[in-house]
Structures are given as C-alpha cells and as structure tokens.
Design a protein around this ligand. Structure first.
Ligand SMILES: [Mn+2]
Length: 449
C-alpha cells in the first residue's frame, strides 16, 4: 500500500553537551551555550509539529554520554510527549555514545517512542488510520561504545509495497568499531528506499538516487571540529519514492574558522587599528553569508532567523610591513584583539564571539615573486611546498615527522584527547608557515653576512 507522507531524519543530538568556549564571557551568553544542543532538538520538534510530519527518525547518539543525566533524559521525554499529543512517532537507535543495555531508560517512555533493540534487528510497521502498513522501519542499537556487528546484513524486509527505511549508526568506511559497512553494501540490501545514517557529524547526502543514503550531521556543533550550520532532513515520500529532501537549519550558534590574508586585503595593513578594521569588515560579511551544507537545499527561506551568533577563530596570515612592528608583540596583540573584538561584537542582534586570533604574518619581502623565480634556493623551497600540498606520499612522510603527539583524523568521534588533531586544513597551514619561516630564516642569515 502506498501513502504520501513526510518524515524528519536526525542523528547525533548529543543532548546534555555544552559548547566549549574556554572562559566565561557573560551570563546570558553562557546560558545560551549551555542550552544550544537541547534547543536544536526542541526546534526540530517544533518543525515536526508545524509540518505535521508522520514520524521522526533518530539515528543514534541522542545523548552525549552513556550515563545520561536525569535532566537530559527528562528533556528528551518532555519533547517526545509534545509529539505524542500530535500523534507523531519517534523511532530511534542507540549509537556509540548511548548504547542500549538493559534498563537504560530512567523514565517510562511515552507511547510514541520506540527505541530499537541492541540484540537483534527489529522492524516497526507504520500504519495509516485504516491499519494498512505504508512504511516499514528497520533498525538496531549499539550494545557497547563500539560495535563491530554488521547489522545491515540482518536488515531483511520482504515487502516491496511499502516505503522502507533503515536506521544505522556507522562510519561507513568499513572500519571495525562502528558497524563496518560501505555505501556499496548498503545499496545492495533489498527493499530499502532510505538509509537514515548517523555517527558522522558532518551533513552529507551520500547517494541521491534510490536508495537515498544520508547523514544529517550534528544539529548543533560544539567546537571548531563541527563548523557551520547544523540541522536535520525533512523528506517527502510520494508513490513509494523520495519526492523531496530538504535541510532544516537548527543551530543557534555557528562555529567558524576564518582565514584572513593581509596581502589580499583591500585595506593597507599598517598597524593594529588596520588589522582590527579588516576583521570587523569580515565579521559583518559573515553575518550576511549563512549557508546550508553543500549539496543540500534549505527547507526555509529564513536561514538567518534562528541563529543567535557565531564563535569565531581568526587566522591572520600573509606578509606585510606590519610584521616588523608586531614581531615581538604577537601574543599581546592577539590578546588585545580578542578583548577589543568581544567588546564590540557581542552586542547587536547576533553576536560574534572571538575565541582566538592566530597571527602568523611574515616579514614583507618586496620582490619575493622575483626571488622565487630567479634564485635556485627559493625556487626549490617554493616548489617543495607546492609538492607537499599535492603529493600524497610526501604528505604522509611529513605527518610521520611531525611526531606522535599529532594524530591524523577527520572523524570527530575518534579524537584522542591526549593528542593534537591534524586534519588536511591544519596540515596546509603548517606547510605554508614552514615555507614562510624557511624563507625568512635564509634572508635573515644573508643580511647578517
Ligand atoms: Mn555522534
């Protein structure tokens, strides 16, 4: 039997987590950072009610910690009860942050909530008012903080006549600890129209055609590893296939790292006031340019509406005459800028909170391009730097030499807190700085001679 219907797919709510900014700024802002993760889920429930969706799917990690807090659990249930009143179902699996063991629930769950078993794959049938099944949802929860079972192999739905959905919390790269599987394997499972995935905190549609495979990402990022606008998916099913999928923006706070190259600036950067001007003009732009994740379309025209502010890290680089003025005052300048920017930009209808200002500017070299062209040593340094950016083998070699304190991972869930995280972006920055430093040191030496 077919029925046209709507559902919301979310994952990785991590209820109970707070946004870390390091120090206390002011009470109202701290309150906001504390409640942003919960507010994102509340807003999702508001949208579900407004749109009168048929059900909501949560693909794991409702809670940030396995030992869920009474408060966090209570909050989830309060929201679920609002949905219950409207007849909206909630289907969830436990992920690596909230595996399902015996007696995980601190409170009795409302009747509209179903948490899939961690012992075996379960199928829930969704029926219309006449009792006809129009959709089947299959899912299985984690039983520990890691789970190497290939759950999808037991996702067996025989019926083709309903639109069927599978919930899975996986890294999707075949790796063993988080339900090993690949997109190719998921596509081969019969009679599934939509794979509702969770675990990767970045929003992405892995496969647009049927079966649609998608990660909604974390609705509210909690640090610079979770940059950009977060949200969930709203999907519409007609004639047993996905007719439309849209991104619902849910974040109140957006994390953003911004690169500012003083060489590319329209303002001539001669002193700290100019630097400040440059940052302020960029801050104005950020407020105007809010984007949904690439490859997605927004559910609302008013992306701006729910956003209360930004937490920003400014990375200032490039070469210029300001270097000689600041070279002994880098830390002091950075501290001043943080303070001064926060005095100006925390007020207004959307705040911009500066968490860090990294100043990596270099000495001005007037004929640097010529130097790179004509001098063999500089030419070599520049081409080596280019190669380091592009050649995989060379990059791997560089990473090895950085030492064991660094850990290479793009996957937030696996972060080892005792190590420094190295991603592609940071490696690029390190290579550029190394090039800048090498050039500066050689020039300084030659001046000494
Ligand atoms: Mn997660």
């Amino acid at each position: 039997m077919t029925k046209n219907f709507k559902f919301i797919h979310t994952a990785d709510l991590h209820l109970g987590s707070i946004l870390h900014i390091g120090k206390k700024i002011n009470n109202s802002l701290n309150e906001l950072l504390k409640s942003a993760a919960n507010n994102a889920f509340k807003k999702l429930c508001d949208t579900a009610i407004e749109e009168n969706v048929d059900f909501i799917l949560i693909s794991g990690d409702i809670y940030d910690r396995e030992a869920r807090s009474v408060k966090g659990n209570r909050f989830f249930i309060e929201q679920a009860k609002r949905l219950e009143e409207k007849g909206i179902g909630l289907y969830a699996i436990g992920g690596n942050h909230d595996p399902i063991k015996n007696n995980s629930e601190l409170f009795t769950l409302p009747s509209n909530v179903h948490i899939f078993s961690s012992e075996k794959a379960e199928i829930k049938e969704i029926t219309d008012i006449n009792g006809n099944v129009y959709s089947r949802i299959v899912g299985q929860s984690y039983r520990e903080n890691w789970d190497s079972r290939k759950m999808f192999e037991n996702y067996k739905i025989e019926q083709k006549e309903s639109f069927n959905i599978a919930l899975l919390h996986t890294q999707l790269d075949g790796s063993n600890n988080y339900v090993p599987c690949t997109a190719v394997q998921l596509k081969e499972v019969d009679n599934i129209g939509y794979w509702a995935l969770g675990h990767i905190h970045k929003c992405s549609i892995i496969n647009e055609k049927e079966p649609l495979i998608a990660y909604p990402g974390i609705p509210q990022g909690r640090d610079f590893g979770e940059e950009g606008l977060g949200g969930a998916f709203m999907a519409e099913v007609a004639n047993n296939s996905i007719k439309d999928i849209k991104f619902i923006p849910l974040s109140e706070v957006i994390w953003k790292k911004i690169n500012l190259n003083i060489e590319e600036s329209e303002i001539d950067i001669k002193n700290i006031s100019d630097l400040e001007k440059l940052i302020l003009s960029k801050a104005e732009q950020i407020l105007m340019q809010i984007e949904v994740p690439s490859g997605t379309e927004s559910y609302t025209h008013n992306i701006n509406e729910g956003i209360k502010g930004f937490v920003v890290q400014w990375d200032i680089n490039g070469r210029g005459e300001i270097y000689s003025m600041l070279k002994d005052k880098i830390d002091e300048t950075s501290e001043y800028l943080i303070e001064s920017l926060n005095e100006r930009l925390l007020v207004g209808n959307k705040f911009v909170l500066t968490k860090a200002v990294n100043i990596n500017i270099g000495k001005e070299i007037k004929d640097l391009d010529n130097l790179k062209e004509q001098n063999a040593i500089f030419k070599e340094i520049s081409s080596f730097s280019k190669e380091a950016h592009n050649k995989e083998i060379l990059r791997e070699e560089l990473i090895k030499r950085l030492g064991s304190i660094w850990e290479v991972t793009e996957e937030y869930e696996d972060f080892n807190v005792k190590k420094l995280q190295l991603n592609n972006e940071l490696l690029k920055v390190i290579i550029n700085q190394a090039e800048q430093l090498a050039v500066d040191m050689i020039l300084e030496r030659s001046e000494d001679i």
